[in-house]
Design a binder for this molecule. Structure first.
Ligand SMILES: NC(=O)C1=CN([C@@H]2O[C@H](COP(=O)(O)OP(=O)(O)OC[C@H]3O[C@@H](n4cnc5c(N)ncnc54)[C@H](OP(=O)(O)O)[C@@H]3O)[C@@H](O)[C@H]2O)C=CC1
Ligand SMILES: O=C(O)C1=N[C@H](C(=O)O)C[C@H](O)C1
Length: 266
């Protein structure tokens, strides 16, 4: 299966090129950078540090539309939605790792997924997806007696907060506790906040240096604390998950899937 990477010069883009190269059953068909970029025409493998691949960097999907079957998109919401429309119109599958979408943007994506196969997940690492299941079990068993706080740390360049993963963890826990995250989430605290309410789910965000991605969900009550932590030390863990998703998506009907589908964790 031929894969295109968009946002090829980005932190994830470069690692995704390397991951495609190392995955049996996948070949790099195209790699796309920003229109007007000075990198257009350079070899995608040289950008990624794996040596020549023979695939040159393009400045738009239109230019490479005959060269790929599945698009892998870890960029930003506006661009991802445009790319999903492109895939829908041109009969391509799409794997989306982009975070920071609004509810309206997610709805737009769901509409595109009615006509083309889409895998959309805020975290493609196998580890985080296993953690989501552990959280579901923990929350359902611990119940309302335990306060829930979600703490995440990422590199200084990250643009959205809290991370998509932290929000998904919050959704999973809220769902297991019969709550609606929109109604019980508290984002950061400052000043005279009063006592914590029993049902709130708190989020704390750290942005610093080169942290790849750390997430901790804390369940605390009188007498004990449980901390469920995942730490990513390499972006390759996300990229490998995206490759797994690409192989899994081959031959699937149109629909909106996530990594829990890919990993049979539902
Ligand atoms: N689901 C998951 O497992 C993971 C998700 N992510 C998410 O992936 C996203 C990207 O993260 P990251 O790689 O760190 O971000 P980067 O900013 O490093 O990468 C985005 C890239 O897209 C490029 N770009 C901008 N406009 C265009 C365009 N029109 N066409 C092609 N490329 C374009 C940017 O170029 P320029 O810089 O020149 O603007 C940049 O190189 C984020 O939403 C992040 O949260 C990250 C890791 C794991
Ligand atoms: O921006 C990042 O880097 C990451 N973003 C994702 C998120 O927002 O959850 C996943 C990962 O933690 C890295």
């Amino acid at each position: 299966m031929r894969v295109a990477i968009i946002g090829a010069a980005g932190r994830m883009g470069k690692v995704l090129i390397e991951a495609v190269d190392g995955t049996e059953g996948l070949e790099l068909g195209a790699a796309v950078v920003e229109p007007g970029s000075s990198l257009i025409g350079a070899d995608a493998g040289e950008l990624s540090g794996i040596g020549k691949t023979g695939v040159t960097l393009a400045g738009s999907l239109e230019d490479v539309k005959d060269d790929f079957d599945v698009l892998v998109d870890f960029t930003f919401p506006d661009l991802t939605l445009e790319n999903a429309e492109f895939c829908k119109t041109n009969g391509k599958m799409i794997i989306i790792g982009t975070t920071g979408m609004t509810d309206a943007e997610k709805e737009q994506l769901a509409v595109a997924a009615e006509s083309t196969p889409v895998v959309f997940a805020p975290n493609m690492s196998v580890g985080v997806n296993v953690v989501l299941n552990l959280l579901r079990t923990a929350a359902a068993t611990l119940g309302d007696d335990y306060d829930v706080e979600i703490i995440e740390a990422h590199h200084r360049h990250k643009k959205d907060a809290p991370s998509g993963t932290a929000l998904r963890m919050g959704e999973v826990v809220a769902d297991a506790l019969g709550r609606d995250l929109k109604e019980c989430a508290v984002y950061g605290r400052e000043g005279f906040t009063g006592e914590r309410t029993r049902k709130e789910i708190g989020f704390e965000t750290i942005r610093a240096g080169d942290v790849v991605g750390d997430h901790t969900v804390l369940f605390a009550t009188e007498g004990e604390r449980i901390e469920v932590t995942h730490k990513a030390s390499s972006r390759m863990t996300f990229a490998k998950g995206a490759m797994r998703a690409a192989l899994w998506l081959q031959g699937r009907p149109a629909g909106l899937y996530d990594m829990q589908d890919v990993l049979s964790l539902k």
